[in-house]
Design a protein around this ligand. Structure first.
Ligand SMILES: Cc1cc2nc3c(=O)[nH]c(=O)nc-3n(C[C@H](O)[C@H](O)[C@H](O)COP(=O)(O)OP(=O)(O)OC[C@H]3O[C@@H](n4cnc5c(N)ncnc54)[C@H](O)[C@@H]3O)c2cc1C
Length: 353
């Protein structure tokens, strides 16, 4: 019988969980995930947009090609989880500008999207009345990006956990206190040696009890607010430049509207009153019917941004340890794409054992 390779994944956010699913495709592997609260990091706060085109920014075009691979990669994951294709709602994004300066910013984004070969077209209310439903009457045109989609992390994460457990993955709800270059992982309960370790620790800043890495993460705090409305219809995601800020609403089609997101270079999880107030004000101005919606919850998370804002995957020098992070605003989007790259790296590590 072939020898079984033990692989540890430190971090059970969307990146760690999808990576585990990908690694299960390797022969003769035994996977252990360590996380004191799986799925409750940045993943918990995410609106779940898989929106490569609306997410494009002039200084971040490098990750666009990666993001374009996200929708087929997610369809593959949903197939493995036996979830219906409709779990991924490809409803598109309607991007609008609030005032003249916001409209100019939208025009610039449109130019970048065109240059990158992204799909978007100018639309107005007269010819696309359904797209503009619920929006303030002054908003009468924008860019429609039909390829963008969303899924609900709250729905997908429990299915991922169930699938992984069902396929024998050990899920240990423990913090990893130390990881050595030769694959020894230490928790409060003891130490265990692995043939390969993947650090998928999101925005956590690694202590000197982890191997030294070339990449570091900057935590960028964000909040999303979940609103419940009696207005129910399915529509596109709405995105806006509003007074220079970037704002979005994901209409879940069941009366839930997720609005977001603030973006503060902070590593604490507090929520400032002004941060929440700005989000709610933008929401009510843009979609006046939300004034009577109930706030069901708000969530905060730390986005893991790299120094370049692109995700990174690093084999830590001469070690059995790989580090996958820096997914920033796109971790839900990119998890199945970077998981494939991580699997290649892990195979390289295992082949040297
Ligand atoms: C408000 C907000 C909205 C967002 N919206 C979207 C969106 O619409 N679309 C999109 O694609 N992305 C979105 N993002 C970004 C996305 O959420 C992140 O990029 C993604 O969650 C990163 O996944 P992760 O698994 O790397 O990190 P996390 O989800 O933070 O998971 C990291 C995990 O590692 C664990 N961990 C850390 N250190 C240790 C340790 N020492 N031992 C054990 N476990 C450890 C933590 O407990 C945590 O569960 C949003 C983020 C925020 C904050």
């Amino acid at each position: 019988m072939d020898q079984v390779s033990k692989i540890a994944i430190v971090g059970g956010g969307i990146v760690g969980l999808v990576t585990a699913l990908e690694l299960l495709q390797l022969p003769d592997v035994e996977i252990t995930i360590f996380d004191p609260s799986p799925g409750k990091g940045a993943t918990y706060a995410a609106a779940g947009m898989i929106a490569p085109t609306a997410e494009m920014r002039p200084n971040e075009t490098d990750s666009y090609a990666l993001q374009l691979r996200a929708i087929p990669a997610w369809q593959e994951v949903l197939g493995i989880l036996q979830l219906p294709p409709i779990t991924l709602q490809q409803v598109g994004t309607l991007y609008v500008g609030w005032d003249a300066s916001d409209k100019r910013q939208l025009g610039q984004l449109g130019n970048v999207v065109r240059k990158q070969g992204g799909e978007s077209s100018h639309v107005d209310k007269a010819s696309h009345v359904d797209l503009f439903r619920g929006l303030h009457p002054n908003v009468s045109d924008g860019l429609f990006m039909p390829g963008d989609a969303w899924l609900e992390p709250d729905f997908v994460v429990p299915h991922l956990l169930e699938e992984l457990r069902g396929r024998g993955v050990r899920l240990l709800e423990m913090e990893v206190l130390e990881c050595t270059p030769n694959g020894v992982v230490r928790t409060g309960q003891g130490a265990e040696e692995f043939a390969a370790v993947v650090l998928a620790t999101g925005a956590a800043v690694l202590s000197d009890r982890f191997p030294a890495t070339h990449n570091t993460v900057r935590p960028i705090r964000g909040i999303t607010v979940f609103l419940e409305s009696t207005e129910i219809w399915s529509g596109p995601m709405i995105r806006a430049f509003i007074r220079g800020r970037d704002f979005y609403v994901v209409n879940r089609g069941n009366g839930t509207f997720v609005i977001g997101a603030s973006s503060e270079e902070k590593s604490t999880l507090g929520v400032e009153a002004g941060e929440l107030e700005r989000l709610l004000r933008d929401a009510i101005e843009l979609l006046p019917f939300l004034e009577t919606a109930s706030i069901t919850t708000f969530r905060r998370g730390l986005r893991p941004a790299s120094m370049t804002n692109d995700p990174f995957l690093e084999r830590i020098d001469g070690s059995k340890v790989a580090y996958s992070s820096g997914h920033f605003r796109h971790g839900v989007t990119l998890a199945p794409v970077t998981a494939k790259e991580t699997s290649h790296l892990v195979q390289g590590i295992l082949s040297e054992n």
